[in-house]
Design a protein around this ligand. Structure first.
Ligand SMILES: Cc1cc2nc3c(=O)[nH]c(=O)nc-3n(C[C@H](O)[C@H](O)[C@H](O)COP(=O)(O)OP(=O)(O)OC[C@H]3O[C@@H](n4cnc5c(N)ncnc54)[C@H](O)[C@@H]3O)c2cc1C
Length: 485
């Protein structure tokens, strides 16, 4: 039977769910609080410069392909995808490592740094590929309802990998600290420290070296535009400037929402807003998780971001650049163990206009600077400026040029903006981290245990942080909803 379904939020997970639910014949309406859609993946366009405000790494192209294939479409029906070569460059204090677009190039770079490491790397990536196949094709689409979902003939054989960490595994095979940092980098996308992430998650290393880094021409927002077109084609209604103020429950069953002071009735409500915030839209008796539950969880970091327009081309950089020229352990400690503003943080810089001329006016560069920080830090203009100067100095030194004189404008975004713009819990950027105790059935549920016909999706639930998981989260929750209708 056709149900009336309201979705809160228009991030990747909500857009994904909207497409699957509309395809199954439901009447779907999205309510987004902001004036534009896309959630953390929104876009800033100013004076001819285009910035992706959130995600910039297009990894796991198979998951995007599979999403569009579910609707008999291809990514190329909507956007042009290019494989980046090099994929990215890492700056260390006394050297740089450049990651090419294939294993041969990457092995050569590893050999340059540590003789004999290419053989270990090939073995490591072959094992990571096996784990990728198990994770993506056998486990990730399960709804996280029970521990048995993780038990497959393949995972039984690899059970030790759930109890060892990626950090110890990498250190067993590689001695050079730069190679160790390079191989620990991909699991940072899962939101936790490599020393707190099971080694099974080395499938992220296959995503990195095996599947490569891609770029949709025009930027990551092209994916949001593609999903919007598909959703509209399937009959989804999208309402912007429509904050949901309350989720209405009668007799333990969801009945609709209030938005802009008006009641909208529905048979099913699905929230893709941050899970903690979504539960605050309910009366207390209907919330499943207490404040102390959320407070004890390991959240992925927040970020201090700068969107900067430059009036010249920047030298010695690539599309993606990691500045690992300071102490990673100390920075990780300042994010997770002893949360405070970091002394000398690692940072990431994205210059999409290096490979995509549509992102900046001719002869100019679009720059996105990201400093990972602990959640809930005190965020002031003075602090932002301190870190701006700090990373600019490091950037200029490492890349051997002056860029401060070439800034046309800069915008910043940090903890208080994450809270205000996205109702983000503690100002987290990437949701709830994927650690051993926060995996699969141990994450907040997709389906409310207290309110009938109320569901959740997105980076605080199953499967976890990142754009590909958000697409999958929307698919998994729609399967639960469609199965019940
Ligand atoms: C700076 C940054 C960099 C990142 N980099 C990458 C990357 O390179 N690659 C990658 O794969 N992932 C990356 N991520 C993670 C990725 O962007 C997210 O995991 C993903 O976009 C989350 O999608 P979502 O649907 O779960 O939530 P969101 O995008 O947060 O969507 C939630 C939506 O709900 C709306 N909302 C909230 N409250 C209400 C309300 N009361 N009423 C109505 N609407 C409401 C919000 O406005 C928002 O639009 C990055 C994230 C950030 C912030």
């Amino acid at each position: 039977m056709k149900s009336k379904i309201i979705i809160i939020g228009s991030g990747f997970s909500s857009l994904s769910a909207s497409c699957y639910l509309a395809k199954a014949g439901n009447d779907v309406t999205i309510f987004e609080k902001n004036s534009t859609i896309g959630g953390r993946a929104r876009q800033l366009i100013k004076d001819g410069f285009t910035f992706d405000m959130g995600p910039s790494w297009y990894w796991m192209p198979d998951i995007f392909d599979n999403f569009f294939a579910d609707f008999n479409k291809k990514t190329s029906d909507y956007y042009q995808l290019d494989k980046l070569n090099p994929a990215y460059k890492i700056f260390f204090d006394d050297d740089t490592i450049t990651i090419g677009d294939c294993m041969d190039k990457i092995c050569a770079e590893f050999e340059r740094i540590e003789k004999g490491s290419a053989v270990h790397l090939k073995k490591f990536i072959a094992e990571a590929q096996e784990n990728y196949d198990i994770a993506i094709n056998k486990i990730v689409l399960r709804p996280g309802l029970s521990p048995t979902e993780l038990i497959t003939p393949e995972t039984i054989k690899k059970v030790d990998q759930f109890f060892k960490t990626i950090s110890s595994q990498v250190r067993k095979k590689f001695k050079n600290s730069k190679l160790i940092s390079t191989l620990e980098f991909p699991v940072l996308f899962l939101g936790a420290k490599p020393s707190n992430t099971p080694s099974f998650y080395n499938f992220m290393n296959f995503a990195d070296f095996g599947l490569g880094t891609w770029h949709p021409k025009g930027g990551m927002y092209e994916i949001i535009k593609a999903m919007k077109s598909l959703a509209i084609e399937l009959g989804v209604t999208i309402k912007t400037d429509s904050p949901v103020e309350k989720i209405i429950v009668e007799n333990d069953t969801v009945k609709g929402i209030n938005s802009n002071g008006k009641l909208f009735r529905a048979d099913v409500v699905l929230s893709g807003a941050d899970y903690h915030h979504s539960e605050t839209l309910l009366e207390k008796e209907y919330r499943q998780y207490s404040e102390s539950y959320w407070d004890k969880k390991t959240f992925a970091p927040s970020s201090l971001l700068f969107y900067i327009a430059f009036d010249k081309k920047i030298k010695n950089i690539e599309h993606h650049n990691l500045f690992f020229d300071t102490d990673f352990e100390l920075h990780a400690n300042e994010i997770y163990d002893n949360p405070k503003w970091p002394k000398d943080p690692l940072f990431y810089v994205n210059f999409p206009s290096v490979t995509d001329e549509s992102m900046a006016p001719e002869g100019c560069e679009t720059g996105f600077f990201l400093v990972p920080i602990a959640t809930n830090l005190v965020d002031s203009n003075e602090i932002r400026e301190h870190y701006f100067n700090l990373i600019m100095n490091r950037f200029q030194k490492q890349t051997k040029q002056n860029i401060l004189d070439s800034i046309i404008f800069k915008e910043s975004f940090c903890v208080r903006d994450f809270k205000k713009e996205y109702n983000s819990y503690k100002g987290n950027a990437y949701g709830l981290a994927n650690t051993l105790t926060q995996t699969a059935f141990l994450r907040p549920n997709l389906k409310s245990k207290k309110v009938e016909n109320l569901y959740f999706t997105g980076q605080l639930t199953v499967p976890g942080p990142g754009v590909p998981p958000a697409l999958l989260s929307g698919k998994i929750v729609s399967q639960l909803i469609n199965a019940k209708q």
